[in-house]
Ligand binder design. Sequence first.
Ligand code: 5AD
Ligand code: SF4
Length: 439
Amino acid sequence: MNDKKYCILTYGCQMNVHESEKLAGFLEERGFTETNKQENADIIVFNTCCIRKSAEEKILGNIGAVKPLKKNNPDLIVAVCGCMSQQVEMAEHIKKTFPFVNIIFGTHNLDKFGEYLDNYINTHKRILDIKDKTILNEKVPMYRTSGYNGWVNIMYGCNNFCTYCIVPYVRGREISRQPNDIIDEIEGLLSTSKYKIITLLGQNVNSYGKDMGNDVTFAKLLNKIADLPYDFKLKFMTSHPKDLTDDVIDAIANNPKISKTLHLPVQSGSNRILKMMNRNYTVEHYLDIIDKIKTKIPNISLTSDFIVGFPSETEEDFEATCDLVKKVGYNSIFAFMYSPRPGTPAAKFDNQIDINEKNRRVNILLKLEKEISNQKTKEMLGTIENCIVEKKLDDHNYLVKTDNGKTIIVKNSDLKELSFVNIKIDDRIDDQLFGTLVK
Ligand code: 5AD
Ligand code: SF4
């Protein structure tokens, strides 16, 4: 152990949150310890996201803000990695604009972070290394920082090329991990009793195994993991509606260890826009899937992503999106203003929508989401939810969490932290739910 500290700044999705645990693994292995204060750090790592321009602008601003720290501590090492720097032009831009950034690499060479660190510390030569092939990251150290949540990659990359999306360009083609490697990792986590929620990660988990050419499927993987003899909940993200098969729906319905939550991004409620987005399903097809899910899993909690202001989106298209949101009755949604990403087809489409109009539409959708999620929270009153006991608040009062992330205060009880309990929700004050233990 040395007395040096590291600070990792993570932007974007859960994939990045987990990859930061791998970056931390390399640093811990070298004796660095974690700090969340940049001014105390000897190394700052920016693990970046490029899904929307706003993310990139924020990150560039935050990298720039490190300059004064470097003045106070000339030995400070600054590294930039992840999706944003996987774009070669952006990596060059960062190198040119921020001479104090010492190490730049992309998503495909995260496994080399240790090497880069050692090289930089020994030679003080700047490093810029971007590879263009997706790798499995099988043998990298890991320092988990997400409490009882264990993130587990099952696949990397995406083959879908939705016309708005930069992900296939910065994450490469789909590549699945071997089922045995996944199971071993999960057994390793569960056997410690520290991890109670396992979340399988992939850009499109429903196409897991398709690149392996044998009969491995996502549903089989789910069932195999859920059969492991431990007390835990299994979650996964993200699913593409076009690849969500009946056997996956059946697995969720039939296995009590698989969380009754599903994130199924639809993006738009207009068939014309879905076609332009290259999503490969229609609204009718999506609603059929939703019907099937609700029939087989009546207590399912659904969430989705939406993009508003896609090129040429009319008021009518947008209203179709609002109608779909109302029809499905999501527990919550994420709504984004379309952001043109250089190199993606949609960035060159005609009829780009004015920013003020995008803003107006996103606000309407977010308002709708608030009403709907409020209604959903109200509907939880009187229901019984299987929850994890997160922590003891004070004498006999506990904070427990539902599968879909709602916290409930349970008073006058004696619960075991990190156990699963059935809670009847019997009161609500503003956004806070209160419940009692059901024996
Ligand atoms: N602009 C706005 N939102 C986007 N997303 C992906 N690409 C873009 C873009 N160019 C959204 C999608 C996706 C979520 C992770 O981010 O809704 O599901
Ligand atoms: Fe992007 Fe579409 Fe792949 Fe999701 S499925 S990562 S939205 S290209």
